[in-house]
Design a protein around this ligand. Structure first.
Ligand code: MN
Ligand code: MN
Length: 284
């Protein structure tokens, strides 16, 4: 008898599931510390640490129908991999379920967003990710928000927690009036004010939420592909999840490179996925 490794409590069948988790073990464009391909397995393993009951949301994940499809058979080629992710997410969306992607690197968020017709996009990230190309590729993780901005209108995009980017990226963001909040603004305004402003700005009930783990301070989440000091707290990120969940139509957790710590970052990633499911279930 073999046990297929699945995310904890993801024991519903696909047809019955409201949420569909899958892994995308690809880190082919990583530029500093590769290893995000190992994150789906690390988050699945970490997910068994937690109680099924969320006291925060009064939801028992045992009673929430969700499944884990396993990992997409990614290619070594980035374009092929993105096409595979898009196909997978399109099916989940067509079937009226909420896709939850465990990356993998941030480049994988772009095909997830392409799978939706009309959606507001909220990205939590230390980086602007608005380069036109990086390392000779337009599909690098460092370009993902630029590609997303080409896909959806500027007024449908916002990022939170930013504190790093090339000058050309800041110029592009300013010239195109791309809305972003820095991690300092989160500190000074308070996360509740930032989330309220971002929601008012997006003005939609259909939001795709992408979390690049490096938005969180490396003290809490050291195993990131490109860690960046002066980040947000895990509690602030949980606050975002809690307040976006009822409008969220898709979610991803990307850029965890689990070999660079003692397991705490994958643990945090797994917990935030569980928080998302519980918060969304409660908000229904
Ligand atoms: Mn990113
Ligand atoms: Mn980043």
């Amino acid at each position: 008898m073999f046990i297929r490794p699945v995310f904890a409590d993801a024991d519903a069948g696909y047809n019955d599931s409201e949420f569909v988790i899958f892994g995308a073990p690809f880190d082919g464009t990583s530029c500093f510390r590769p290893g995000a391909r190992l994150a789906p397995a690390a988050m699945r393993a970490a997910s068994y640490n937690f109680e099924t009951y969320s006291s925060e949301h009064d939801v028992d994940l045992c009673e929430v129908p969700f499944c884990d499809l396993g990992d997409i058979e990614v290619s070594t080629n980035v374009d092929e991999t993105l096409a595979l992710v898009r196909l997978a997410v399109e099916k989940i969306v067509r079937d009226n379920k909420v896709p939850i992607m465990m990356g993998g690197e941030h480049a994988l968020t772009y095909p997830c967003i392409q799978a939706f017709d009309d959606v507001g996009v909220m990205v939590l990230d230390a980086h602007l990710d608005q380069r036109d190309e990086y390392g000779g590729s337009k599909q690098s993780h460092a370009c993902v928000s630029r590609r997303i901005l080409e896909e959806c209108r500027v007024e449908n995009y916002v990022s939170i927690g930013v504190r790093s980017g090339a000058k050309e990226e800041y110029d592009f963001a300013r010239q195109n009036r791309v809305r972003f909040y820095t991690s300092e603004q989160v500190q000074s305004k308070g996360i509740d004010m930032v989330v309220q402003e971002a929601l008012d700005y997006l003005g939609t009930d259909r939001i795709y939420l992408s979390i690049d783990i490096d938005v969180i301070d490396p003290a809490y989440a050291p195993a990131a592909g490109t860690p960046e000091p002066f980040g947000m707290s895990p509690s602030d990120v949980r606050f975002v999840i809690k307040n976006i969940a009822s409008r969220a139509v898709g979610f991803d957790m990307v850029e965890i490179a689990p070999n660079y710590d003692h397991g705490q970052t994958a643990l945090l990633g797994a917990k935030l996925i569980r928080e998302f499911i519980a918060a969304k279930k409660r908000g229904e």
